[in-house]
Each structure stands twice: as structure tokens, then as C-alpha cells.
Design a binder for this molecule. Sequence first.
Ligand SMILES: Nc1nc2c(ncn2[C@@H]2O[C@H](COP(=O)(O)OP(=O)(O)OP(=O)(O)O)[C@@H](O)[C@H]2O)c(=O)[nH]1
Ligand SMILES: [Mg+2]
Length: 347
Amino acid sequence: MAAIRAKKVKKGLNFSIMIVGASGLGKSTFVNTLCDGVVFPKKDYPSSDKLTFEKTVVITPVNVELDLDGVKLSLSVVDTPGFGDNINNEACFNQIIAYIDKQFDDVLGEESRIKRNPKFIDNRVHACLYFIPPTGHALRELDIEFMRKLGPKVNIIPVIAKADTLSPQELIDFKKRVVEDLSYYKIPTYSFPYDEEEDDEETIEENQHLRSLIPFSIIGADETITEGNRRIRCRQYQWGRVEVDNPLHCDFDTLRHALLISHLNDLKEITNDVLYENYRTEKLSHIKDDDLDDGASGHGMDEVMLQKGLLRREEERLRQELALRQQQLKNLEARLSASQTNIAGQD
Ligand SMILES: Nc1nc2c(ncn2[C@@H]2O[C@H](COP(=O)(O)OP(=O)(O)OP(=O)(O)O)[C@@H](O)[C@H]2O)c(=O)[nH]1
Ligand SMILES: [Mg+2]
């Protein structure tokens, strides 16, 4: 398993994550912290004496090239507008879900083409970080509803935003309550799956540890200080500072490693083999139902075209397979007749 992973990692990788959550929870700051650079610059507003982020109002995918110990990772980060202060959260939800669906549809469309487009870019979202506000109470109805909608389409990783605003004990209690809620409301989240029989002990232990950290506590910061030759990313307060990369202060570094290194392939595989496959099956079964209901002239011409495309592709695949088999048969016959000639010659 590790060998296969290492091989894939060497080739250069791409990965796509989405950041979702209520407004002002530090989503854009997190992106900058994750990429260790300024993906979203701060703006200087005349009404304020502080530099601050521009509010994210549209879904913004950005591509960032990262170098992880010599391994190139092309990371697509999809920042989404914060919801919660909005009268119409529904519109915001729909916009986010439509984005995820659109990436699935693009792949489905591409698969149905006879000739693949070499320039096609697969933008399916492999992981969605869901930012939970650090209320210290429990999950809000809004969070439950949204995560339940998102869960069947994307690997959700719940995180507690601005974890530095809770005391260590408050954080422990809050995490416990969130875990109870996730289970009680049957919210499908990415669970760092492992197989007791197939996986080695180290993998099982690592995954159990990561599972025990859900929901990951997150601190985002743009500030960096230097102590000796140590570069520290932190938020400073009068009483001291909280360090982003210190596992004693929050789970940021552990989550970053899991996302971008250790579990990147697993998240991609689940996206392709389970989430996309479910989406595809459902979509195609709808096409069939629609055809039965309305006949081919009914609504959804795009979908009829899509189904025709899939059939055409299957036909092409069978034709190619037939040609290959015929060629193999010819080769076999040629070898057979050559060996018969040889035998006749020996006689
Ligand atoms: N205490 C604390 N503040 C944070 C943290 N992360 C970000 N902030 C601050 O929270 C404010 C909002 O941060 P943003 O990153 O713009 O939040 P956002 O979720 O992108 O906001 P919208 O785009 O409006 O949804 C900024 O002033 C940040 O400096 C954190 O981990 N802890
Ligand atoms: Mg933002």
C-alpha cells in the first residue's frame, strides 16, 4: 500500500478541497495558512483602522502549486461564501451543492465522449472542510442540515473554527458534544476508514488517532514571528500566543498532513469509487425513468444526449475489443500454421 502511494506521489499530484461554513469563521485565513502564503490578500477598508479580509461572496476556486518536501502538489482550493448572516441560506447551500454536482457532471460528460479531451481538467472536490462555529454548545440546526445534504456528495471533514477562543477544557467538552451530534443525526463524514484484516498495525493506529481528533480544532493566522531560527505562525494575545503548527495548541498540523500527504489518495479514491459512482448511478437511473415517463422527446435533452453518448462509447469500446480479439486470433493462426510447417519440414 505504502509503495503504491509513494509511486503515485512521485508523479506529481492534484487535489481539490472546499472550505464551507458560516460567515467570518476564518475560512479565507485558513486557506492562507494551509498554503503558507497569501492566496487571499487582506484589504484596507477606509472605515476601519485594521486590515481585514474582503468578505467572500462567490465560490472562488484558486489553484496553488505546493512543494511538499520535494513533491509537487497542484492544489485547488474552493473558498465559499459564509452563510448564516444571510436571510436566504438556502440559496447559499444550493450554490455550493450545485458546484459539487457540476464537477461530477463534467466528468460524466467527459466519460461519455468517444474521443477524450486531452485538456480536460477533473475538478471534483475531494474533501470538504466544514467549519463549525466555536459556540461551546452543540451543533446548530443549520450545520446539521447542511452537512447532511453535503455528506452523500463529498468527504466532509468537520473542524472547529477559531479554536483559540475556547479554553482547553471547553474545547474537549465541545468536541465530545459535536461527536455525539454527528452520530445522533447520522451525519455522513469522512471517518479515516481502515480494515482490521487488510491494513497494517501502523495504518490502523494512525487512522484511529485521526478519528479520535474529529472534529479537528483549527487556528488560522497570517502573523509569523521568528525565535532563533524557528519560524512560528501564531496569533498573539496579551496573555501569550497560540501557535498554529503546535499540536498542543490545535490540530491544524495533523489535519494538514492527513489532507495533503497521508490521506490524499484515500480521499481521492473514495471520491471516485464511492461518491462519484453513487452520483453517476443515480443520475443514469433518472435518465432511464425520465425516458420511460416521457419518451425520448421529453424534457432534459442534455440528459438524453448524455445517455446516447454513453451508449456510443460502450459500442466503441466493444468494437475495439472485437478488433483486438480478431487480431489476436490472426496472430495465433499464423503461429499455428508456422509451427505446422516446421513439423512437416522435420518429417
Ligand atoms: N481568534 C481567531 N480569529 C481568526 C482565526 N482565523 C481567522 N480569524 C479572524 O476572523 C476574521 C474573519 O476571517 P476570514 O478568514 O475573513 O473569515 P471567512 O470565514 O473567510 O469570512 P467570510 O468570507 O465572510 O465568510 C478575520 O479578522 C481573521 O483575522 C482564528 O483561528 N482565531
Ligand atoms: Mg472568506
